[in-house]
Design a protein around this ligand. Structure first.
Ligand code: AMP
Length: 580
């Protein structure tokens, strides 16, 4: 396919925010794509040249892109920047320039454009800035105006069509067989590899059978299994059966350790490659783990080596900074409590029952007091035992418990009752907080003007519609420091219009790209006509007296926030509780 044709699709995709229309346009695009290019097209429609987990960024600032545009179209950097400020988008500024110069372009193929963009991302070392500039300017010069518009947005990460992964998977199925029925197996393959391009290419090259045969691959992160919540220990026992496992719930950050010989990769819960941020864990994985290959999941938590106490989440999260990593590793050592084993010596073992995976895990992690440790596990049979262990865990400063079904397979990318979480909350009851996505910001009045932010519009994820719906306006619970942090975060992801997948009846002062996940504590979930979460006949759900508990940082993606169906369940659970 010619890039010019893809650019026309970008135009059509940009023109709608309706999911059904997006699927329809995408499936037509996919129908016209062949096996050699479908992978690249899947990355390009998300404005990338690699899967999300790969730290392959084109990494050019607005300034550099402006210089490249100026070089390509005989203008000056200042003029490009002026036009960019005026039009509010680099692509529009680029289109304007390209139109003025009346270029026609060379009709490059999608693969050629992709490869040239990819080569910019690969350029490093001395003189790389100039080489990146030249490659981009040459590329822009070879394109038609509409292609220029979209390519100019890719290096600075502003090509935002707002297409979610489920939409791409639906469209792939429709493109090949005319309906969505292959979506579940495509999703399964995607959950195992987190790589849309790879999934699409395998589907095009090897068909449905090829997709079904996809197994875990060391080096490609697995979309993590998620836990459900229930209102009481009794309810949990009903779900888990006669015998189940309980583990402490550590309040740190999730880490996936991938080891293949001497090569180690670490991935965060939201699939970011964080190998370079944690040299201490990488060293431990090399020295303490003695198997040929493995994928292990655990929770990293900071601890005080003198007193052997766990440190609160706020301390642990200081280790997420990307600079001075060695100094921080000394100052705030981490331990990783591993709780699952997904792959061992060349074999995907996610289909084995939890108990068997745990046995394998115990065989490979058997020494005490190292950096990589086994999470404690107790097999139990009653709600009384749950509550005893819960109190013990909480008194040690932990967050609560994770209860696990003994015979369940590992459910990549899925929430289910095979894992049930029991968390401590401010009131000491077994309730839970809600993970909300930051959608918009209200300007502050009075003292808060100083921070730029007065209130936050937050939402949850509607997994059926693949969109973000509003649930609350949060104004309290933030310290001055947090107001400043939120202001910085919001400014970074500020956008000029309501993003494509946001459904809201409220108009904040400005919108932000749905990215940041905030953990919110509320007194109650109520029904409200102003919010769109779970809306039926004009009435949605809302949080009453919301307070910010913490920023989830890079720990969760927007799509990992609490979902509408969870909110519905929480609403019902609190109702049950009040009446019991
Ligand atoms: P939440 O983020 O509240 O939905 O809880 C799920 C998270 O708890 C997981 O993503 C892990 O990061 C964390 N976690 C802590 N301890 C465990 C454990 N023993 N088993 C599984 N997950 C755990």
């Amino acid at each position: 396919m010619k890039f010019k044709e893809l650019a026309e699709y970008y135009e059509r995709l940009e023109g709608t925010s309706k999911r059904l229309e997006l699927i329809d346009i995408l499936s037509k695009l996919f129908k016209e794509s062949d096996a050699g290019e479908i992978g690249r097209i899947c990355y390009l429609i998300q404005g990338r040249v690699a899967p999300f987990y790969e730290p392959t960024e084109i990494g050019m600032s607005e300034n550099l892109v402006a210089i490249a545009l100026a070089r390509a179209f005989d203008s000056t950097k200042e003029e490009v920047i002026r036009s960019y400020r005026h039009l509010g988008n680099m692509g529009l500024a680029a289109l304007d320039l390209a139109n003025k110069k009346k270029i026609r372009g060379e009709n490059l193929s999608v693969s050629e454009v992709f490869d040239r963009l990819h080569s910019i991302a690969e350029t490093s070392g001395e003189g790389s800035v100039d080489r990146k500039l030249t490659t981009l300017a040459d590329l822009l010069n070879d394109l038609d105006p509409v292609s220029v518009k979209h390519v100019a947005n890719i290096p600075i990460g502003t090509l935002r069509l707002g297409i979610g992964d489920p939409t791409v998977l639906d469209a792939l199925s429709i493109a090949k067989i005319g309906d969505k029925s292959l979506r579940p197996i495509l999703e399964d393959a995607y959950n195992k590899t987190s790589d849309l391009g790879f999934t699409a290419e395998t589907f095009y090259k090897k068909g449905e059978r090829g997709i079904r045969e996809i197994k875990l691959i060391v080096g490609k992160p697995i979309r993590p299994a998620l836990a459900e919540r229930l209102p009481s220990a009794e309810e949990a026992v009903k779900r888990l059966g006669d015998k189940f496992a309980a583990e402490p719930k550590f309040d740190g950050f999730r880490v996936q350790i991938h080891k293949n010989g001497d090569e180690v990769h670490l991935f965060s819960r939201n699939l970011e490659d964080m190998t370079h941020a944690f040299p201490d864990i990488v060293r431990a994985a090399k020295e303490e783990l003695n198997m040929e290959s493995a994928i292990i999941e655990g929770e990293a938590i900071a601890y005080n080596p003198v007193t052997s106490e766990f440190l609160p989440f706020q301390e642990t999260s200081k280790r997420r900074r990307k600079h001075e990593v060695e100094e921080m590793a000394k100052k705030l050592p981490l331990v990783v409590f591993v709780f699952d084993l997904l792959y061992l010596n060349g074999k995907d073992i996610t289909e084995l029952p939890y108990l068997k995976r745990r046995k394998h895990l115990e065989k490979i992690i058997h020494r005490e007091n190292l950096i990589i440790r086994k999470a404690e596990e107790r097999i139990m049979t009653s709600s009384k035992e749950i509550l005893e262990f819960f109190n013990e865990a909480v008194s040690e400063g932990l967050e609560g418990l994770m209860l696990k079904k003994l015979d369940s397979a590992y459910k990549a990318g899925g929430r289910g009752f095979h894992w049930i979480k029991f968390k401590r909350s401010q009131s000491g009851e077994l309730t839970d907080t809600v993970d909300c996505v930051l959608l918009g910001v209200f300007r502050g009045r009075g003292k808060r003007t100083e921070f730029g932010v007065g209130g936050l519009l937050v939402g949850v994820y509607d997994e059926k519609k693949d969109e973000f719906v509003t649930i609350s306006r949060v104004g309290t619970g933030l310290t001055d420091e947090e107001f400043r942090t939120v202001n910085k975060l919001a400014e970074k992801s500020r956008v000029s219009h309501k993003p494509a997948r946001v459904n809201s009846k409220i108009e904040p002062t400005f919108w932000v790209e749905p990215k940041e996940v905030l953990e919110i504590y509320a007194d109650e979930i109520t029904k409200s006509p102003i919010h769109t979460a779970g809306e039926e006949n004009g009435i949605g759900y809302a949080l009453r007296f919301p307070r910010l508990v913490k920023f989830r940082g890079a720990d969760k993606r927007a799509e990992d926030a609490t979902t509408v169906s969870e909110i519905k369940k929480l609403y019902k659970q609190q109702y049950k509780k009040k009446n019991s």
